[in-house]
Design a protein around this ligand. Structure first.
Ligand code: PLP
Length: 355
């Protein structure tokens, strides 16, 4: 019956969408395999400019700049934006690439407890002495499937005169009524200043990342951001696929909308079966098991039942918090989801994770 993949970031199933594949092939044929150049030398084609314009329109921001990955977008942002007179306040569970990007800048660094608004406020008060403050958070956290409290973050940012930066890798394309992301879901699209996201997950799954936000910031990044200046331009086929994905998402919100009910089905069935699922209303559904060996043997047994999932344990997650991270996709049918739940119940009983 084949193996069902429940561990990809292919949230909308668009990596195998026929129109996306066709767009990639056509762009490859028309624009070539690659540019053999960074953007500012001879690595910019009309399709790169078009995609940047589309990304900005999708997020309702002024402008956008492409990178080879979101890792690069995160590595290239903070150093350009922040000086030693400024401060950055970062959630302690932010993605490694945000942490690395912050390491590269000379701003004063504050780390607030995960999604703890009291702690963020205390750190914002401490940071008042600096010239400029930037709060940095993931929109959705990939290990726990929890969603940043952006409304409260934006309220505090307003109160203490801070900018807000959100990494939307696990939100772009499917969170919010039109799939614009966490800021749309929580009604703060006009309050989040800068968004970084990836083309390598819901938006086709190939590669590429970007920053979108105020035009003067994007202009500055084009002049100064090191991963942009010193790394090759995105290959045309990748640009063609991502561009088609954005067309599909902007034509109708049906694809983005198809996600929520699937997520809800998995989460409620698993909870009813007795499992603990971390996070809320997000297609990242970590099945919390605690023990690393249990997570690993259960994942192996799931595969023998045709369900592809992976156990996560220390150092990827804290000790004692091992889990199997299930990721739901809009292309999973209800039957696929039920098959996955049934396999979890069988395997969970066999290994003592369920009574
Ligand atoms: N930010 C977050 C939250 C991620 O989960 C990832 C990918 O794992 C990245 C950034 C990096 O994205 P990319 O694969 O485009 O470099």
């Amino acid at each position: 019956a084949g193996i069902l993949n429940f561990c990809a970031n292919n949230y909308l199933g668009l990596s195998s969408h026929p129109e996306v594949i066709r767009a990639g092939v056509e762009t490859l044929e028309q624009f070539g395999a690659g540019l053999s150049s960074v953007r500012f030398i001879c690595g910019t084609q009309s399709i790169h400019k078009d995609l940047e314009e589309k990304i900005a329109r999708f997020h309702q921001r002024e402008d956008a700049i492409l990178y080879a990955s979101c890792f690069d977008a995160n590595a290239g942002l903070f150093e350009v934006l922040l000086t030693p007179e400024d401060a950055v306040l970062s959630d302690e569970l932010n993605h490694a690439s945000i942490i690395d990007g912050i390491r590269l800048c000379k701003a004063n660094k504050y780390r607030y407890k995960h999604m703890d608004m009291q702690d963020l406020e205390a750190k914002l008060q401490e940071a008042q002495k600096h010239r400029l403050r930037l709060v940095a958070t993931d929109g959705a956290f990939s290990m726990d499937g929890d969603i940043a409290p952006l409304r409260e973050i934006c309220r505090l940012a307003e109160k203490y005169g801070a900018l807000v930066f959100v990494d939307e890798c696990h939100a772009t394309g499917f969170l919010g009524p039109n799939g614009r992301g966490t800021d749309e879901l929580l009604g703060v699209m006009d309050k989040v200043t800068i968004i970084n996201s990836t083309l390598g997950k819901a938006l086709g799954g190939a590669a590429g990342g970007y920053t979108t936000g105020p035009k003067p910031l994007v202009d500055l990044l084009r002049q100064r951001s090191r991963p942009y200046l010193f790394s090759n331009s995105l290959p045309p086929a990748v640009v063609g696929c991502a561009s088609k994905v954005l067309d599909l998402l902007m034509e109708s919100n049906a694809i983005a909308q198809s996600m929520a009910a699937k997520t809800q089905r998995f989460r409620s069935k698993m909870t009813a079966a007795g499992f603990t699922i971390s996070g809320q209303d997000h297609p990242i559904c970590p099945v919390m098991l605690g023990d690393a060996r249990l997570a690993s043997v259960m994942a192996d047994d799931m595969l023998s039942r045709g369900i592809y999932v992976i156990g996560f344990s220390y150092p990827v997650v804290p000790k004692g918090k091992a889990r199997i991270r299930v990721q739901i996709s809009a292309v999973h049918s209800d039957e696929d989801i039920d098959r996955c739940v049934e396999a979890f119940v069988e395997v969970g009983r066999k290994h003592g994770a369920l009574p």
